[in-house]
Design a protein around this ligand. Structure first.
Ligand code: AMP
Length: 112
């Protein structure tokens, strides 16, 4: 756990979240400022600053849970978007790896 990391604290249960999935390696919870009707964050329980710092096996594990989580949120069939913001210019505001799972409406492209 990294000091002063909000997602470490959420993963540990020290800060409350609207949890939609949890296992021994990761947690998924609703984003506080949803960009769409469905917007959850998939967060590993171990701290890694971003996707370039995380073990590839951990990222693969998180991706392996996407179908199940998307199905539980009702977006598996119509589709959804995964986003991994990385670094300041990538729009990453929380420096703990997280995968946005966004859906529940038709999403535009490009995103910005
Ligand atoms: P990013 O900009 O990719 O780093 O995304 C960080 C996301 O975390 C943003 O969409 C925030 O709305 C979300 N967020 C920050 N704090 C919390 C929190 N305590 N609970 C849920 N979502 C949060």
């Amino acid at each position: 756990m990294a000091e002063d990391c909000i997602f470490c604290k959420i993963a540990k249960g020290d800060i409350p979240s609207s949890k939609v999935y949890e296992d021994e390696k990761m947690i998924a919870f609703k984003d506080l400022a949803p960009a769409a009707p469905v917007h959850v964050l998939l967060v590993p329980k171990t701290h890694a600053q971003d996707v370039t710092e995380a073990a590839p096996e951990l990222v693969a594990y998180m991706l392996s849970k996407v179908k199940e989580i998307a199905a539980s949120l009702g977006v598996a069939e119509k589709g959804f978007r995964l986003v991994i913001n990385t670094g300041d210019e990538g729009g990453q505001t929380v420096k703990h790896l997280h995968i946005h799972l966004i859906g529940g409406k038709a999403l535009g492209w490009p995103p910005c």
